[in-house]
Design a binder for this molecule. Sequence first.
Ligand code: DQA
Length: 151
Amino acid sequence: MVSLLVLNGPNLNLLGMREPDVYGRETLDDIVTHLAQVAEQVGSSITHRQSNHEGELIDAIHSAKGVHDGIIINPGAFTHYSYALRDAIAAVNLPTIEVHLSNVHAREEFRHRSVIAPVVLGQIVGLGSSGYEWALRGLVRHLQQRSVGSA
Ligand code: DQA
């Protein structure tokens, strides 16, 4: 059974009421409930954490080592400047997918750069809440193929 850590960063606890035209009307609870159902369908399980604090996200990434097989992360605005978060992901060396609800490349210039992107397996942007689902399906498939390859 593949075990995944799903991490959401600052302000994502406000999904549903936060700029709904940009981020949609679903709450974080709605998204995580759906994701847990999809996870079960594809033979995996998720543990979800949301934090508005950089250090808590870093601690959660460190704790994933040896416990989870991969990470799905929407780092919120930390995406654009947190070298500490990037270093944490590189340090644990778990396959990680970065998700953004909005198409960051079609928005303000400061959102075009992700300091996280160079250390992740892949990025999904602009698909709204379904981006989390595609991240999960893609990561589970990646992990399953990898374990077949090493069998
Ligand atoms: C976001 C994009 C970031 O630029 C922004 O700061 C967020 C949400 C997204 O999911 O589209 O908080 O990560």
